[in-house]
Design a protein around this ligand. Structure first.
Ligand SMILES: [Zn+2]
Length: 321
């Protein structure tokens, strides 16, 4: 089956963000297993690997406060072991790694807009979707997707940006960045907040003020499977896309909804991620000149993570059957 070229943005420094061992789930091995799997994959000949650049201050401050950025950097330089909550373990190199993780999206957008690729996957860490303007949360320090959306708007003139987040958890930080903004649509499928971190993402949260209607939360009960996701996509995600008509598409790809991943009670199989890849490809072709940016969020069970990333990229790069 013919496949489209894929660009994977990654950097060795992203492995040096050390979360302290002791079984911390957001571990550098996540990137190692993905790289290993993709290297052995039938997709390998279609993959070009590119480096990110550190996200520039002017783009970080579209989402985060100066005070927070200084506080994050100083915390790493002071040799402290976490920021804001013990979940958010860090080390001396973590600030630089986070700049590259956020900058991966910016480098990818330049490649997409320059015509070098149409499918870009940022295989970087730390992840981003829980990070708030002034707060690190849930292993996230800089909100990679929110920074990417602002960059796409302001550096490349794509006014209407759609962010589809199918990590098992609600991306509270993305929602709060854009909930009053009618030009960035945040849509999240996640385990119901009654059972799941961080406790936000109720279906009644639909945006505020001018942004009313451009936030959509689809909470799923524990045990929800592939069919539940595909039903929600057909009944809620596709109609939201056709109403909004995005000019740019960001996928927040978390793989912690997999049945083997104990960070959620969701029961997705590896095969779902191929379907999600096909969906992203279809939306990109329909609305965004074929271009789509995908950012790695969660996914902590290493075998299912590597297999699911490969499946997702296979779906993204091959035409639908
Ligand atoms: Zn997650």
């Amino acid at each position: 089956m013919p496949t489209l070229p894929l660009t994977v943005i990654t950097d060795p420094l992203c492995h040096r963000h050390d979360t302290g061992g002791n079984g911390h789930p957001e571990d550098p091995a996540r990137l190692t297993v993905i790289a290993g799997r993709l290297g052995q994959s039938p997709l390998a000949p279609m993959i070009t690997t590119m480096p990110p650049r550190p996200a520039e201050r002017q783009w970080l401050t579209t989402v985060h406060s100066e005070e927070y950025l200084y506080r994050f950097e100083e915390t790493t330089l002071a040799g402290k072991s976490y920021l804001d909550h013990p979940d958010n373990q860090l080390c001396f190199e973590s600030y630089e790694a986070a700049l590259l993780s956020a900058g991966a999206g910016l480098a990818a957008i330049d490649l997409l807009e320059g015509g070098a690729t149409s499918r870009a996957f940022c295989c970087a860490r730390p992840p981003g979707h829980h990070a708030e303007r002034n707060l690190a949360l849930g292993f996230c320090f800089l909100n990679n997707a929110a920074v990417a959306a602002r960059y796409w708007q302001q550096a490349h003139g794509r006014r209407k940006v759609m962010i589809v987040d199918w990590d098992a958890h609600h991306g509270n930080g993305i929602q709060s960045a854009f909930e009053e903004d009618p030009e960035v649509f945040y849509l999240s499928l996640h385990e119901h907040p009654t059972w799941s971190f961080p406790g936000t993402g109720w279906k009644e949260e639909t945006g505020l003020g001018a942004g009313k209607g451009t936030t959509c939360n689809i909470p799923l009960p524990p045990g929800s499977d592939d069919a539940a996701v595909m039903k929600a996509i057909a009944e809620q995600v596709e109609p939201a896309l056709s109403r909004f008509v995005p000019e740019a598409l960001v996928i927040c790809a978390g793989f912690d909804g997999h049945v083997a991943d104990d960070m959620s009670g969701l029961s997705y199989t590896t095969a779902l991620y191929r379907q999600l890849g096909h969906c992203a490809a279809r939306w990109a072709e329909r609305y965004c000149r074929g271009k789509v940016l995908t950012l790695l969020e969660g996914g902590y069970e290493l075998n299912s993570l590597a297999a699911s990333v490969e499946m997702y990229l296979t779906g993204l790069a091959t035409p639908e059957p």
